[in-house]
Ligand binder design. Structure first.
Ligand SMILES: C[S@@+](CC[C@H](N)C(=O)[O-])C[C@H]1O[C@@H](n2cnc3c(N)ncnc32)[C@H](O)[C@@H]1O
Length: 219
């Protein structure tokens, strides 16, 4: 099945709210735990989160790594508003800063000591822009962790995944999940993107029936 693009930004306020209310605890905490397991020596510094959405992942990172500060980037205003509320409630405003802009437009290079991104890449029409920016924003020697959905082999398989993992969820969340699965990449496509960007030291791992993870040190 070919990739079918979905809209780049999640900037419909209702869509953002439905996403913010969904329970991604297992995926999001798993993402944080994986970062700590892969990079146990990384305990302080500046982390950049590309496509931070409603802010749950930056908050989990700030709690897990109390000596780190985080810049969280998302170009959706409703998402950034929700994320600011989340961070305010968590009392972490002094360590998490938001930037409401497209990651492609972020100024500066070598600005972070680590980069993370969950579930952004499938929104991006040109994935090479993402890998380019990922490499640019971190200092050489920085750890990166990227996770996203894996494109199923057919629309039928995508629908089966929605039934398996989003049964009983709001229709808008199920629709977005289905469209996201169709817009995501295969393991081979991610491997080809990394090769094209000369990022072959990063490793790709398929961790379950619907997610891949890319990790490693940017040189
Ligand atoms: C599926 S959400 C994931 C949010 C968050 N990382 C999480 O795991 O909960 C993807 C987010 O990426 C944002 N996004 C998409 N394209 C973007 C771009 N070019 N620059 C910045 N943010 C973008 C969307 O607005 C949306 O909030």
């Amino acid at each position: 099945m070919d990739r079918i693009l979905e809209p780049e930004l999640m900037d419909d306020p209702e869509q953002a709210l439905v996403y913010a209310r969904a329970d991604f605890e297992k995926e999001n905490q798993g993402f944080v735990d994986r970062f700590r397991e892969y990079f146990p020596e990384f305990t302080e510094g500046h982390i950049i989160d590309l496509g931070c959405g409603p802010g749950d992942i930056p908050v989990r990172f700030a709690r897990a790594l109390p000596s780190c500060r985080i810049t969280a980037v998302d170009a959706s205003e409703p998402m950034i508003r929700l994320a600011e509320e989340t961070v305010h409630r968590a009392g972490l405003f002094d360590r998490i800063t938001f930037r409401c802009e497209r990651f492609q437009d972020l100024a500066g290079a070598n600005i972070a000591d680590a980069a993370i991104s969950n579930s952004l890449l499938h929104h991006v029409p040109n994935p090479l822009q993402f890998w380019h920016k990922l490499r640019l924003v971190v200092k050489p020697g920085s750890p990166v962790l990227v996770m996203d959905l894996l494109r199923p082999e057919s629309p039928k398989e995508a629908q089966a995944i929605v039934e398996r993992y989003a049964d009983g969820e709001p229709e808008m969340l199920r629709r977005d999940f289905y469209n996201s699965l169709l817009a995501s990449f295969t393991e081979d496509e991610i491997g080809a993107q990394l090769a094209q960007m000369n990022l072959t030291r990063l490793l790709i791992d398929v961790i379950d029936d619907r997610h891949w993870v890319v990790s490693g040190i940017i040189h």
